[in-house]
Design a protein around this ligand. Structure first.
Ligand code: UGA
Length: 351
């Protein structure tokens, strides 16, 4: 099977690419603007990469799709800070540019696995019902709350893909990731910058290692289900392996066992860091207002709990019971022998 991955050099893309490229049953070709994370992920292993932009109707996208059996599109801007800082770029890439890939798959009748987002579900408004792909309403805030522009753009593309399935028989699976964490996540930096602000796990990890306070937005009341990237990659493999069951389906990929408030995450990561790096800087937690942290136009998703019945039906079951004991963060900390307070080992891959 010939597999093409657009957006292969992002966090999720590089981990999926590394997994698929090692399977001799697949011929896996990787495409992105640059290959920095791929080079880190593959280290000394070889891989098939070509720099390709999916923007401006690039004809190379059409050629690549025509030569493939399965197409992944993971190209996306996914950081909430960016939704507020560069909303037009967010729509351009997440909707218009990705639509080029979708339309090429329609033209050449190719199977598409497109990465949507758990953010399309929007606000839970305090409900404890899990988000179900085919029945849950998608609830966003008003236009002036720019945070939702990403969710809205991604949702419209989900609807376009669904419509292409109905009208043109497009064979697709829409994947909705729930807060994947792991190596090669967002930028990992000594200084925190308002305009270059990674997602929470990478931000907390950087803060711990560099002795900055963990900044807790609005008391850290919101809840997320964190999903280890290796579990996510296993779920993607199950989706590849069940083309009929997964055809024209929206599929949540997440671990409902790993639900925590963001304050709980801060406390868990601090305790774990203290245990593995006793000589490192003492963790500190600092409450911050959303406006100071993100700027105007921010609203939060209060809870994101996935229903994963569809994944379970194809035999993909995430590890149970990790939430309470924090096992999901352990492998991501530096080994106890590397406790100088500087990063090392797997942690260096959180770039
Ligand atoms: C983001 C994207 O919007 C989604 O598209 C993406 O699917 C999702 O991450 C993901 O990783 O799967 P979100 O969970 O809101 O959504 O992003 P984070 O930046 O990780 O924020 C999570 C929570 O932590 C929010 O409540 C935020 O306010 C809070 N936060 C974030 C902090 O308290 N401190 C920080 O330093 C960063």
């Amino acid at each position: 099977m010939r597999i093409a991955i657009f957006g292969a050099s992002g966090f999720v893309g590089s981990n999926i690419a590394h997994h698929l490229a090692r399977n001799p049953a697949y011929e896996t070709r990787l495409f992105d603007l640059e290959e920095r994370k791929l080079a880190l992920r593959f280290e000394n292993e070889s891989y098939d990469f070509e720099p390709v932009s999916i923007a401006n109707g690039n004809p190379r996208v059409d050629e690549i799709v025509s030569e493939s059996d399965l197409v992944f599109d993971l190209a996306a801007y996914v950081h909430p800070a960016m939704f507020l800082a560069r909303p037009l770029d967010v729509v351009q890439l997440n909707f218009f540019d990705c639509l080029n890939v979708v339309e090429a798959c329609v033209r050449h009748r190719k199977r598409l696995i497109h990465f949507s987002t758990s953010e399309v579900y929007g606000k839970a408004h305090g409900s404890s019902d899990p988000f179900r792909e085919d029945t849950t309403d998608l609830v966003l805030g008003p236009v002036g709350k720019t945070r939702w522009i990403y969710s809205c753009a991604k949702q419209l593309l989900d609807r376009m893909i669904h419509a292409h399935g109905e009208e043109h028989g497009l064979d697709y699976t829409l994947v909705r990731p729930f807060n994947f964490v792991g190596p090669l996540m967002d930028k990992y930096s000594r200084e925190w910058r308002h305009d270059d602000n990674p997602r929470v796990f990478a931000n907390f990890m950087s803060a711990l290692v560099y002795g900055r306070p963990l900044q807790l937005v609005e008391g850290g009341r919101s809840r997320r289900c964190f999903t280890h990237i290796d579990d996510a990659v296993a779920a993607i493999q199950a989706i590849i392996d069940h083309p009929e069951a997964m055809s024209r389906q929206v599929v949540n990929v997440g671990n409902p066992e790993n639900e925590t408030t963001i304050r709980g995450l801060a406390e868990l990561m601090s305790a774990r860091y203290r245990a593995v790096c006793p000589a490192g800087p003492a963790p500190r937690i600092l409450d911050v207002a959303a406006r100071d942290f993100y700027g105007d136009g921010y609203e939060d998703c209060d809870r994101r709990l996935p229903d994963i019945s569809k994944l379970r039906a194809i035999g993909s079951v995430p590890p149970a019971g990790a939430g309470g004991n924090g096992a999901f963060v352990d492998g991501l900390f530096p080994a106890a022998s590397q406790t100088s307070g500087r990063h090392s080992g797997r942690l260096t891959m959180l770039v």
